[in-house]
Design a protein around this ligand. Sequence first.
Ligand code: NDP
Length: 517
Amino acid sequence: SASSLRIERVETPAEENGVQLLETEKTESSTSLSIVVVGASGDLARRKIFPALFALFCEDRLPQNVTIFGYARSKMTNEELRNMIIMNLTCKIDKRQNCNEKMDQFLKKCFCHSGQYSSEKHFMELDEKLKEKESGRSSNRLFYLAIPPSMFIDAVRCAKRSASSGNGWTRVIVEKPFGHDITSSREMTGCLKQYLTEDQIFRINHHMGEELVENLLVLRFSNLIFQPLWSRKYIRNVQFIFSEDFGTAKRGRYFDNYGIIRDIIQNHLLQILALFAMETPVSLAAEDIRNEKAKVLRSISPVQLEDVVVGQYKNDGHGQGITSHGHPAYTDDPTVSTNSLTPTFAAATLFINNSRWDGVPFLMIAGKALHSKRMEIRVQFRHVPGNLYNRNFGTDLDKATNELVLRVQPDEAIYLKINNKVPGLGMRLDLSHLNLLYKSMNEREIPDAYGRLLLDAIEGERRLFIRSDELDAAWGVFSPLLKELEEKKIVPELYSYGSSGPAGVHYLAAKHSIRWG
Ligand code: NDP
């Protein structure tokens, strides 16, 4: 299982500060952990972070001496914060189970501190409150920045100067977006590094914590049958597909500044592509994996405009605007300008310039307001040379090629399409699925991605977090394209809400001989 692959290590605070000390044996009781959710009143904190912390608490994955602080400008008492948290708590282990007692125990560990994100004085007050709760020889502190990116640097400065741990580690989880382009991303990295070392920064991309993304490396590197196939020799193309069946969902203001390429493709899909395509790492240690990912990202040529289709959703034709019964267009969102050219859909073909992947198209597709919600990796294999059974497929040989699908969402599954004889007299072939459905393997709920990543940050496990050189390389792939799209004011192709996206994607797929749709 993924958990058996977790690389357990104990890191001393001295190690993080670059000081050589003998490893000291730590026991539960000598270490305390404070988790500070900065932006506790926000959507992300409420919907994802507190529930994920509760799930870890239920699984006894948090240390006994844990304290959770919600930090926000909004004035809230401890009671008000707890009431807000409980609204989103469900029993994560087993929905049939009653978790009331666990919830009470969890809420007793949650406290609120109100303050400005740029006030060192307010963080100093937080520091006093943290010290009251902390006990033991070593007090570790984890800050989760769930605030708008414009506040990141101020909050990091204050946390570092006024509230970092004096005798344990201090780590900061930073949420996307990590800049707007390569220049602003470098600026942000530079500013963060004024206050933190690289190994204190945990850039989170929650899709990296999905069960199947974790399993991608297991699949690749622990199954002999896939290893020889994983190259241009047998793989014809790879598709990374992310689709949502809803629009901006009240996040139009944020989204309009970024668009789907920055929001999904440049970070989520490119990170998964790097795991998919990287060479075997020296070990499962974080730096070995991140070294290989960074190499792949650096080998990808910047995306060309002619290899891209951008789209924007219009209403679904059942009436106009948000007051009708139909679904609204993107530009009907009151927080989005009516003449916005921001893409809500994009498809882009990428190429990796190395000997393993030379010439293999990697098609990334992401869109909002499409007909289904899914995230998949589809690997299409080449034709069988000299295929004895060609006549079964006539001229449509494409139908006969194998395809491996890793479905990350919904209903995690891995299936392989193989040619199979249709039972009965005569010789007819059909593509059947060798199917591994996760649900049927496991009674327990699959852990939430945020929970997995929070636990990794607590344990100092960095392999699923993005290092600054990876981030830089990822921006390098898309920054020139984003600049060109914006400078040339490229008009996105409109597609109906609930459809399969703009027609242009079929032409793009056909251009690279990709079987699509
Ligand atoms: P919110 O807009 O809900 O903001 C979070 C909190 O930040 C608010 O509760 C508010 O707290 C404070 N805040 C909001 N606007 C400002 C401002 N202009 N100046 C100072 N403080 C402000 O954000 P989310 O919770 O949705 O997201 C937080 C971060 O996580 C963002 O960087 C976002 O991009 C990222 N993210 C969010 C996801 C989500 O699903 N929501 C998914 C992935 C990433 P108060 O006023 O009480 O201080």
